[in-house]
Design a protein around this ligand. Sequence first.
Ligand SMILES: C[S@@+](CC[C@H](N)C(=O)[O-])C[C@H]1O[C@@H](n2cnc3c(N)ncnc32)[C@H](O)[C@@H]1O
Length: 245
Amino acid sequence: MDYKLTSDGSNTLYSDKYSQTFHSLQDGAFNESLNKYVIPALKIFANAKELNILDICFGLGYNTLATIYYIKKFNLTTKINFFSPELDLQLIESLQYFEYPNEFANILYILKELSINKYYKDNQFTINVFIGDAREYIKAIDSIDIVYQDAFSSETNQELWTKEYFADIAKTLSKKAIIATYSIATPVRMSMYENNLYIYEYQSSVKRRGTIASTFLENNNDLKMKFIDMEKKKLNSPNCSPLLD
Ligand SMILES: C[S@@+](CC[C@H](N)C(=O)[O-])C[C@H]1O[C@@H](n2cnc3c(N)ncnc32)[C@H](O)[C@@H]1O
C-alpha cells in the first residue's frame, strides 16, 4: 500500500486490493474524520456520560484517534468505549510506524498500544480492535450509540453496505443511536432506511456531504442536517432499491 498526501497535509494510504484511498484526498484524512464523523456524533450526544462507538472499520484508526483528539481538546468528560473490527492484521501491526498528523502527536502512545495489543484502556477510553470480518463481529455486540460507517465504497466493499448488513447493525443499536457515513448514495440510504432508520443529509465544513441515519427524529438546529423523505424518493425514482447480499 502506498502513502498518499491529502489536501489538509495528513497522510492516507492507497489500497491495491480495493483500488481506492482510505480517505478523500480532496477533503483531507484528518478533516474528513473530524467533520464527517466526530463532530456531528459528539454534538448529537453532547450531554452523554458514556458512549459506545462502533468504528467500521479501524483501517488507519483516524476516526477513533480524531474522537479522542476532540474530547481531549475540549476537555469533555464523556467516557467512550470503541469497538472496531478490521480484516487486515498486517495493517494494524504496521500502524506504529505510520506518519500521522501533528494533531495526534500527544495520543500516538494509544495507537502504538493498539498496534501491538489490539486493546487499550485508561480512565476515559476503552478500545477493542477485533481482527476479523466485521459481518461476524457485529453479531456479537450490542448497545451501540454511534456507528462510524467508513468502509471502502460499495462497488468493492459491498458486504458492508447491504440491507442485510444494516439489519445486523440495527440490532446492535441502542434506543437512541446514529450511523454517520461519507456515503450519500441512494441505494446505501435505502439499505439503512429499510431497517427503520431516519435518513438525513449532513453538510459539514468539508466539501463533500455525508449521511446520518438515526433511530430517532433529530431536530438539533445547530447541525446542518436535512431530513430526506425516502418515501418521496421512492415515488420519484421507482428503481431506487437497497443493496442486497
Ligand atoms: C476506508 S478504510 C477505513 C478507514 C478508517 N476509518 C481510517 O480512518 O483509516 C476500510 C477498512 O475496512 C477494512 N475492511 C474491509 N472489509 C472488511 C470486513 N468485511 N471486515 C473487517 N474489515 C474490513 C479494510 O481492510 C480497511 O482497512
